[in-house]
Write a protein that binds this ligand. Structure first.
Ligand SMILES: [Zn+2]
Length: 85
């Protein structure tokens, strides 16, 4: 596949757990550095939309890291994962 990017948002600010999403270039551009941001990206593998919010990486003011902000969605994804496991 061309023009795709791996995005690995955390499932919560204080968690090390991460999702692995495959997103388009257009969605990847929504992820900013140095400013707070919010965006919805679509996982190209599952077609599921993930609302994300920027969070600090190792640099407190960078915000290039992302966290999923929809708890209901995370519960749904977890169930989905258990169903295929
Ligand atoms: Zn960063």
């Amino acid at each position: 596949m061309k023009n795709t990017n791996i995005c690995t948002p955390k499932t919560s600010i204080n968690s090390d757990e991460r999702l692995k999403l495959l997103i388009s270039d257009a969605d990847a551009l929504k992820i900013k550095r140095g400013v707070k941001w919010k965006a919805t990206v679509t996982d190209l593998v599952t077609g599921i939309d993930y609302p994300l919010q920027g969070c600090a990486c190792s640099m407190a003011t960078c915000f290039c890291d992302a966290v999923v902000v929809n708890k209901k969605l995370l519960k749904f994804i977890k169930k989905l994962g258990e169903a295929v496991a």
